[in-house]
Design a protein around this ligand. Structure first.
Ligand code: ATP
Ligand code: MG
Length: 567
């Protein structure tokens, strides 16, 4: 399938300055020497066995970003050689996530498109005496493989004749042998210091229905056998993968050389690791299956769909991928840096609104009954084109419980008995009384007076007070629920066998009974806002008119760093 648009066309050119990295230096050099006739063609090759995560985003931005900047091409290729773990559900989510990140592929392919071609290639290697059918089972094979320090030993089946190998391999394909009873192996060197070169398996027998080819095949190619040949067929120039494949490169090269086919260049880079996060698909799947999270798109997950639901913008993820760079050495990026990229982007684009998460009623005793003033509020001070809106103001308001203290500590510049604060966009008020529930002692009402001369923006508004707090008009407020998210794990490196013991039990806090300004009444899923003084929030996919649900995307500042230091 081919897409009309060029790779990455939907992203404005020059969105960010192009950052140099060693991969781009290799490409520049290849363009100079005309190694690939001036072509640049990359691919992003996910296995459809799970949802994409932020680590994949790094690879997507690298591969599609290169295609965009060099006016080359980038394919999306599903590496679907393991039928037991792969599903169409994953294929669809991957397509959606790549597009959401802002990229368009040139061609979309599946490794399974090449099953026929790969089979023919295998016959070629057998005829050349470079591949043989081996009857060892997995355990026996492991025994003969040797170790990092000791060479391996030849399989007793290594010297079968070409005719016998051809016959057995065709019968493997025809389904004459039991699962796992035979393999096709490359005939390379059991004494190679590189264990990947010790007669690696190319095909195994496996009766499992494939999500695309059904039961057509009962032999399936191994990753190493499928990958380079797929790259070659597609005319990929630079096959970019993560560092663990560095030791596989000699095998990648061996296969294409022995077949005498077009030879792409494999380049390895360091994968992304993030603090406070697990990233392997296997572990993410376990979190979903064990019900530790509410699905792959739970806003606490590092999956692309989780980040999207949390309120991340594609721009912030691309910016992050760009700023962490690409290198040859493993490192771990502080998740706070990802959050910082997000804040920087939301600060530019998120409209400001007022919302009260934990409301307490505030009555302005000297404000006239029944009067409603429509106050002018700027939507985004960072973006003059965002305009302004009217916010209703009246005698009875809600403010945050936290913005009042009966017994204020020093330097508490919010409301307390006898003190003054400014109500954002409105007036200076003074607290003159507190009403408590007789039984519980809980504060149920605050009474204030306002100074009519101090309306924001009016010529007389010059009088200054130290604190400004946000509010909503009780009569006009819209009810909402908030989901306050924290890190999914309590420790920087939730690795090792006990990784699940580091789950943060307080990673989700539900807050009901929130009151938000009326302009949010029709807010739609995925819309992002800054709740003034509280943080960035986004409308959850479960939200409906009348039952608004907001996810806290990120706080306004990095409070975690401070908590950690003081702990
Ligand atoms: P996982 O280990 O999370 O299961 P994977 O490597 O098995 O991931 P694939 O679907 O095979 O997942 O990956 C598709 C592409 O994304 C590969 O080219 C891989 O190198 C790249 N990729 C996967 N994880 C990361 C990561 N953490 N950082 C950068 N690139 C990654
Ligand atoms: Mg993989």
């Amino acid at each position: 399938m081919t897409n009309d648009k060029a790779a990455g066309e939907s992203i404005p050119a020059g969105e960010t300055p192009v950052r140099r990295n060693f991969v781009r230096e290799i490409i520049d050099e290849d363009l100079k020497t005309n190694k690939f006739a001036g072509r640049v063609h990359t691919r992003f090759p996910p296995e459809p066995n799970g949802y994409l995560h932020i680590g994949h985003a790094k690879s997507i931005c690298l591969n599609f970003g290169i295609a965009r900047d060099y006016k080359g091409k980038c394919n999306l290729r599903f590496d679907d050689t393991n039928p037991t773990k792969e599903e169409m559900e994953y294929v669809e989510s991957i397509e959606q996530d790549v597009q959401w990140l802002g990229f368009n592929w040139d061609g979309m392919y599946y490794a399974s498109d090449y099953f026929g071609q790969l089979y023919d290639y295998a016959l070629q290697l057998i005829r050349k005496g470079k591949a043989y059918v081996c009857d060892l089972n997995a355990d026996q094979m492991r025994e003969l493989r040797g170790t990092l320090t000791e060479p391996g030993k030849n399989s007793p089946y290594r010297d079968r004749s070409m005719e016998e190998n051809l016959d057995l391999f065709q019968r493997m394909k025809a389904g004459e042998f039991a699962d796992g009873s035979r393999t096709l192996r490359a005939k390379i060197d059991m004494a190679s210091p590189n264990v990947n070169m010790r007669d690696p398996v190319m095909y195994r027998i496996l009766r499992s229905t494939h999500h695309r080819t059904g039961d057509t095949w009962c032999i399936y190619p191994m990753y190493d056998w499928a990958h380079g040949q797929s790259d070659s067929v597609e005319g990929i120039t630079h096959s970019i993968c993560t560092l663990e494949f560095e030791d596989h490169r000699p095998l990648y090269d061996w296969f294409v050389q022995e077949l005498g086919i077009y030879h792409p260049q494999q380049i390895e880079f360091a994968r992304l690791n993030l603090t406070f996060t697990v990233m392997s698909k296997r572990r993410l799947l376990q979190l979903v299956q064990d019900g530790d999270v509410d699905g792959w798109d739970d806003p606490r997950m590092p999956t692309i769909c989780g980040l999207r639901r949390r309120g991340y913008t594609p721009e912030s993820i691309r910016d992050f991928a760009d700023r962490i760079g690409v290198s040859k050495s493993e490192s771990t990026v502080d998740v706070a840096f990802l959050e910082e990229c997000l804040r920087a982007d939301l600060n530019k684009r998120a409209p400001r609104v007022m919302a009260v998460l934990h409301p307490v009623k505030l009555i302005i005793d000297n404000y006239p009954d029944g009067v409603v003033e429509e106050l002018e509020a700027v939507n985004n001070p960072e973006d003059p084109t965002a305009g302004s809106r009217k916010v209703p103001f009246s005698k009875v308001l809600y403010i945050e419980q936290d913005d009042f203290r009966e017994d204020p500590p020093k330097k508490y510049f919010r409301l307390s008995p006898g003190s003054e604060v400014r109500l954002r966009y409105a007036y200076i008020i003074k607290c003159v009384g507190v009403v408590k529930d007789e039984k519980t002692g809980e504060i149920v009402e605050l009474h204030c007076t306002y100074d009519a001369e101090t309306k924001s923006g009016s010529p007389q508004s010059a009088r200054k007070v130290k604190g400004t707090i946000h509010w909503v008009s009780a009569e006009h407020a819209v009810d909402a629920e908030s989901r306050i998210y924290d890190r999914l794990f309590n420790v920087e490196d939730p690795g090792g066998e006990n990784w699940k013991s580091y789950l943060n039990p307080a990673s989700l806090q539900l807050v009901q009974g929130c009151k938000v300004e009326p302009s949010l009444a029709h807010a739609q899923p995925q819309e992002r806002y800054q709740f003034e003084r509280l943080g960035y929030f986004c409308v959850d996919d479960d939200s409906r008119e009348g039952t608004l649900i907001f996810n806290r995307t990120v706080t306004l500042r990095d409070t975690w760093a401070k908590i950690e230091k003081s702990a």
